[in-house]
Design a protein around this ligand. Structure first.
Ligand SMILES: [Fe+2]
Length: 243
């Protein structure tokens, strides 16, 4: 069984993820050895916090691509960004400063955890209006985003990503755990991804999530969330309506 991981911070020196080239290589190695065969590097795009990291992102990605083609020829590597949504960020996206997922029109977007569902819906609309389809990053974190509202966003083509830590039993409170369960049981999640930053605090553990999901919700469901939906997205075999 192989996995696809569409949310990672494996590019060194670009954000709060991998610090050095060796860190990046070690995360990729762990990821590959636990079965991942498709990775999208999604360094933070949050200029107010991480500055202009574009040059470092491109350099680090090039180094990683070279490393992977030598050591893991069957690993598919893509580049994107994790956009931190603010009112101003739409103009950055419009000016193509923020990268979509590979060559797709999908953009991984995180919101402030304090955002209301109206604020998230407004952000989604603004991105849709300029031609990008948001993938809502770690949707389990938004306590004020009601499931009904998320379902309506998905009907408009928006996709939803959940972190492995949520599936793997990281305890962040009753509301959080309940939300994780509801999102999964109501079928409101399209991708499980590691959001890996390192090998200790936030490691790439797609295999663990897959096992837990398969036991609780069935093999087919786990396979879609941990592998095939992402493959379809990047390989453009299907549109979002088919996911
Ligand atoms: Fe992230």
């Amino acid at each position: 069984m192989s996995f696809s991981d569409i949310h990672t911070h494996i590019l060194y020196g670009a954000d709060d993820g991998a610090k050095t080239r060796e860190d990046a290589f070690a995360i990729v190695k762990a990821s590959y050895e636990s079965g991942t065969r498709l990775i999208c590097a999604t360094p933070h795009f949050h200029p107010g916090y991480f500055g202009d990291n574009r040059e470092q992102i491109l350099h680090s990605f090039e180094v990683l691509c070279e490393h992977c083609s030598k050591n893991y020829p069957d690993l598919k590597l893509f580049l994107g960004n994790e956009l931190f949504y603010t009112y101003d960020s739409v103009s950055w996206v419009k000016n193509k400063l923020c990268l979509p997922m590979g060559s797709t029109e999908y953009m991984l977007v995180e919101f402030s955890v304090h955002s209301s569902d109206d604020e998230i819906a407004e952000g989604v609309d603004r991105l849709l209006n300029i031609g990008y389809i948001p993938i809502i990053a770690h949707a389990e974190r938004y306590g004020r985003l009601k499931c009904g509202r998320l379902a309506a966003l998905r009907e408009n083509g928006v996709l939803v990503q959940m972190n492995t830590e949520a599936v793997n039993g990281k305890r962040l409170g009753l509301g959080y755990n309940k939300r994780v369960k509801t999102l999964l049981t109501e079928g409101l999640v399209d991708f499980i991804s590691s959001d890996a930053h390192d090998l200790t605090r936030r490691p790439p553990q797609m295999d663990k999530s897959f096992k837990i999901l398969a036991e609780k919700y069935g093999h087919g469901y786990a396979e879609r969330l941990c592998r095939t939906n992402a493959e379809k997205l990047f390989c453009r075999e299907m549109t979002a309506e088919d996911i």
